[in-house]
Ligand binder design. Sequence first.
Ligand SMILES: [Zn+2]
Ligand SMILES: [Zn+2]
Length: 160
Amino acid sequence: MIPEKLPQRIEQFKAGLARKGIKLTHQRLEIFREVTSSTEHPDVETVFRAVRERVPTVSLDTVYRTLWLLHDLGLVTAMGHPHGRVRFDANQQVHHHFVCTVCGLTRDFYCDAFDQLQIPDSVRSLGRIERAQVEVRGVCRRCADDPVTKSAPGAKKEAL
Ligand SMILES: [Zn+2]
Ligand SMILES: [Zn+2]
């Protein structure tokens, strides 16, 4: 996320909490700051490890609850499979993902053409459409340079 937008996002967070009658604690604010300023699409554990450096008393459970609270408030989206590791994405702009199939690195990218994709009728018949997000899969630069994974076939798309 663009750092200048952080104060604005914090205001949104405060307003959302106020609507639900929930207090903005120091811990909640730090968790929010962490996920909002990350471009890594972190999972609960990753947010926990980062926040713990600044707030040693924070618990994994608090991080977990706060991330799902942010999700309920519409401030982050959850990605991943229902039984896998859920990751959180605080980027609220329409965007798409590059996903490394080796290490799981997920980077946002923007593309007008992808934003304008027509949803096929066959998809519409499956249910109500909320948004379409393109996932480009490939091997990131770091993994491609790693001798162990170098031989792995993969699209050499730009790793952002
Ligand atoms: Zn990778
Ligand atoms: Zn994203």
